[in-house]
Design a protein around this ligand. Structure first.
Ligand code: SF4
Length: 280
């Protein structure tokens, strides 16, 4: 597949908080469909380097564009639309990976595919992970798990680690919070447990939503019962993405929501720890 014309936009970004829109707008629909089917091209918000929070060691992270969820707190709503991302051929993405290969090994890090929702582009994800593994690079998939069934058992093995975002427990609140049902994410978590795949769980603490009674307790009890959750990261809601909602002309329900207090974060950590999980 030829390299698309938008190649002048740098793939590297300082952080995923750079607002990026319409970078893949000129790609014909038929090419988008082919890309999704074959995985020979992906749509990426950016690549960032130096992360120490998206898996073990120091990580190269590719942020995909495209997400079918509509979390009310989403920090990167520009990644909802796939064609806001830069069209990147698989060959170019592999080249990017190979540039960092030695450094990632030295720093005991690896490559993380995040988003957006990485499994919106499941074929691209699998091909990129396969390439990374062939280069000896540790791979991590950051996902909400909704499309986990798109990966075969063998394909799942290409992700050394799954970072699973569980956003709440009460099904009705989860639907209101994300726009989607919680069931498929939980089913994916159970499948990962059955297959003994390592999981790091992420729980975003959002005042008025996931800090409500029963939310963290429910997720903690579920996660503890799986047996494959190596750690839990409780991430306090923040407002770094607020400007994106404004610039995209989206209604932002959490406009005036403050980040949770340290006390609330500590209490949530205590709930996960009380369930026997390593929580940070
Ligand atoms: S799943 Fe992630 S990218 Fe998608 S809407 Fe929610 S927070 Fe945003």
């Amino acid at each position: 597949m030829p390299e698309p014309a938008q190649a002048e936009t740098p793939l590297a970004a300082k952080s995923p908080y750079e607002l990026r829109v319409d970078l893949g707008k000129g790609v014909p629909d038929a090419d988008v469909r082919t890309a999704l089917k074959t995985g020979e091209m992906g749509f990426l918000h950016s690549f960032t380097t130096g992360s120490t929070v998206d898996g073990p060691g120091v990580r190269l992270v590719a942020w995909t564009a495209g997400c079918m969820w509509r979390c009310v707190y989403c920090h990167n709503p520009d990644t909802w639309t796939m064609t806001n991302g830069i069209p990147v051929t698989l060959a170019r993405a592999k080249e990017e990976l190979s540039k960092y290969r030695q450094g990632l090994r030295v720093m005991k890090g690896g490559f993380t595919l995040s988003g957006g929702e990485a499994l919106m582009q499941d074929r691209f994800a699998v091909k990129l992970f396969t390439a990374a593994k062939q280069m000896g690079i540790h791979t991590a998939l950051d996902t909400n798990g909704y499309y986990g069934e798109r990966l075969s058992d063998a394909e799942l093995e290409q992700a050394d680690l799954v970072i699973l975002d569980i956003k709440g427990w009460n099904p009705a609140r989860h639907k209101e919070l994300t726009g989607m049902e919680i069931g498929p994410s939980l089913a994916f978590a159970r499948r990962l447990a059955e297959r003994r795949r390592p999981v790091w769980l992420r729980f975003v603490l959002v005042p008025g939503w996931s800090d409500q009674p029963g939310e963290a307790e429910g997720v903690a009890g579920f996660a503890a019962g799986l047996g494959n959750v190596e750690r839990v990261d409780v991430l306090p809601f923040h407002q770094m993405g607020r400007f994106k909602w404004k610039q995209l002309g989206l209604e932002y329900k959490l406009q005036d929501t403050e980040p949770p207090s340290q006390e609330a974060v500590d209490e949530t950590l205590a709930l996960f720890r009380a369930a026997g999980l390593a929580a940070y």
